[in-house]
Structure formats: C-alpha cells, structure tokens
Design a protein around this ligand. Structure first.
Ligand code: ZN
Length: 219
C-alpha cells in the first residue's frame, strides 16, 4: 500500500524498533506465551504535539483503516493475546504482524504438533476478538510515578535478559554456569536494562514536530 510519506514516517522491518523485534531472542517469550507482537507496517505522524503513542498508527491492509496505536495497548488490555495478529474491528480481518525470528524457528520446528489444530485454534481466537474491542479508550491515560515505571520495567527487562542469556542459554547449550557469567552478566544486563527503560520512557513521551508545513520534510 502507498502511504503519505510527507505526513507519516513509514516503519517496516528496516526500522530499528521492528528490526529489534525480529532479532532479539528474548522476545520469543513475549510473542509465543504472552501474545505480544508488532505490526509489519506502522505509520508515525510527523507533526503534532502528541506523544509517540498517540502519533503511531497501525494501518489495516485489508480495508485501509488507520488504527490508533492505543487500540492495541495495555490500557485497553489489548496489548497481549494477539497470537494471530492484530484484529481489525473495522473489517474483521487480521492485520499482519512481524514475527520474531526465534519464534518463527520454534513455530516451524513444532509445526507438526500444532499444525493440525491451527484452524480451530485460530477460529476460537477470532471469535473472541470483537468483544475485546468494544469499550476502547483511545485517549492516553497519564500515568503517575513515571520514574518508578521506567525503572521497574528497565530492571525487569535486565533481569529477564540476564536469566535468559546467562542461565537458560548456557543450560540449553550444555555449558557450565561459572562465576564469570554472574560477574559480567549482572552489570552488563543491569546497564542494558536501565538503558532500555530510559529509551522506552523517552520514546513514549517523544513529541512530533510542531510545524505543520510539509515542505521541509526530511529524508
Ligand atoms: Zn481492516
């Protein structure tokens, strides 16, 4: 589909956020267990004082509707359980999502197990979707204690990555878990986690450009 590139920044697999979704093996848990996912294409409004979340749009390739990013968010309890993609409440189709590479590999290997049930699971999932999109709040809810929130999510992410990379991964590979894993792993993932938390905080509150003139568009 063609989008107005002057009005929107178009994000696809080449953009850092979606690329990160593809390559980070830790996100396999988010995708396969929690059903958290990311659209293949996202549009970010260039102008406006609104925050990132309010400027991000999820286009439906089936009907062309531009859904607010807030439609698929924790505040509407729709950020998770999206195993088959994002449900379009306009045309009832599924908006395609970008799969995490590790998740894709696991899904491919285990296909003989779940492949048989795919259609019935998908139908059950699809039947539940309309209800989830009935009472949506597309206004951003100002969160209190934002400092605590980024700290908490950063530390949680750091801890999660630490356990995955320094404990679970060596166990899978049959390597010994040594003191070195902890000496390097703890500070490394602490810094990475806090960095991630801060980036998310900055990114979610990032405002668009205030000028409305479209003639000085970069790129
Ligand atoms: Zn649609």
């Amino acid at each position: 589909m063609n989008y107005d590139k002057q009005k929107y920044k178009v994000w696809n697999w080449k953009s850092p956020v979606i690329l990160h979704w593809i390559i980070n093996p830790g996100l396999v848990i988010n995708e396969l267990i929690l059903g958290q996912t990311i659209p293949k294409v996202m549009l970010i409004e260039r102008d406006g004082k609104k925050t990132f979340y309010q400027r991000s749009l999820v286009p439906c390739p089936h009907c062309g509707e531009l859904h607010s990013g807030l439609k698929y968010s924790a505040q509407n309890k729709t950020a998770f359980k999206n195993w088959f993609g994002f449900y379009c409440d306009n045309c009832k189709e599924i908006i395609p999502v970008q799969r995490n590479l590790t998740a894709l590999i696991i899904l491919t290997i285990t296909f003989p197990i779940w492949g048989w049930f795919k259609q019935s699971i998908k139908q059950q999932w699809l039947d539940k979707q309309p209800d989830r999109y009935k009472n949506l709040n597309l206004e951003i809810i100002e969160k209190k204690n934002t400092t605590k929130n980024w700290l908490k999510s950063g530390l949680f992410f750091g801890l999660f990555m630490f356990i995955t990379m320094q404990v679970i991964l060596p166990l899978i590979k049959g390597e010994e878990i040594t003191q070195k894993n902890f000496l390097i792993g703890i500070p490394l993932w602490l810094i990475c986690g806090l960095g991630w938390g801060l980036t998310m905080k900055w990114w979610m509150n990032k405002k668009g450009k205030e000028n409305t003139a479209h003639n000085n568009v970069q790129k």
